[in-house]
Design a protein around this ligand. Structure first.
Ligand SMILES: Cc1cc2nc3c(=O)[nH]c(=O)nc-3n(C[C@H](O)[C@H](O)[C@H](O)COP(=O)(O)O)c2cc1C
Length: 206
């Protein structure tokens, strides 16, 4: 157990440092082992309802990462009209040009187990699993960018679910929720605007 106290500003600086970056390169500023270490820590320490630990992750590097975007391209070819396919193909090439992808899943076996065990909250467990998964996505995104990588979050689920499951022998109970593409930054993040904080936050009794 760590007893180190850090200023919230140090945490908030890393949260502010996280942005959406594309395109990304194959140049990793840290080793693949370090990426795995970061993801392991995030998976273990991000909270879940009743400590149910419903989050699952698959990390793809190199050829496996490229395979993901080839699979996605092939599936989209069957959906997007041919005349409009060029921009889609460009996007797919952009993702494939990155170094890796993190696939986030929610294990439905865990969710259903919790529903059976705590019937009173049955309707809430899928929502809580999604919330925990989102916390994990954010944690991994923040942590990878804290080490100098760039990343962007994609959602080609559910159309790629079956092929992904087949390719990497994913258990049938793992439901794909998001794909975080990571790699070297090739330029700055785009401009970001902020609506007034007064519209978003109320404080009472301070
Ligand atoms: C729940 C969620 C879903 C998102 N889905 C996508 C997506 O499918 N494709 C994409 O390129 N960006 C996606 N984004 C990224 C947002 O567009 C981006 O975070 C937002 O514009 C703010 O910019 P920033 O990430 O640079 O702070 C998503 C972000 C969130 C939080």
């Amino acid at each position: 157990m760590s007893s180190t106290t850090v200023s919230a500003n140090a945490v908030l600086d890393q949260i502010k440092n996280r942005r959406t970056y594309y395109p990304l390169s194959k140049d990793l500023t840290v080793s693949p082992e370090r990426v795995q270490e970061i993801i392991k820590e995030a998976v273990q320490h991000v909270p879940s309802s009743f400590n149910s630990q419903s989050n699952r992750v698959v990390v793809l590097f190199g050829d496996a990462h490229e395979k993901l975007w080839d699979i996605t391209t092939e599936i989209l070819k069957g959906i997007v009209p041919e005349a409009n396919f060029a921009p889609t193909a460009g996007k797919m090439a952009m993702f494939k040009g990155a170094a890796g992808s993190v696939l986030f899943f929610e294990d439905q076996e865990v969710v259903e187990g919790m529903q059976a065990k705590f019937a009173l909250y049955a309707e809430q467990f899928p929502i809580w699993a999604m919330q925990s998964n989102a916390m994990l996505q954010h944690t991994v995104w923040v942590a990878l960018e804290a080490e100098g990588l760039g990343a962007n979050l994609q959602h080609y689920n559910p159309i790629i679910n079956a092929k992904v499951a087949e390719e990497w022998k994913i258990p049938s109970t793992w439901k794909l929720s998001a794909q975080l593409v990571f790699g070297g930054k090739t330029g700055p993040a785009g401009e970001k605007t902020f609506n007034p904080i007064e519209d978003k936050l109320k404080v009472f009794g301070a």
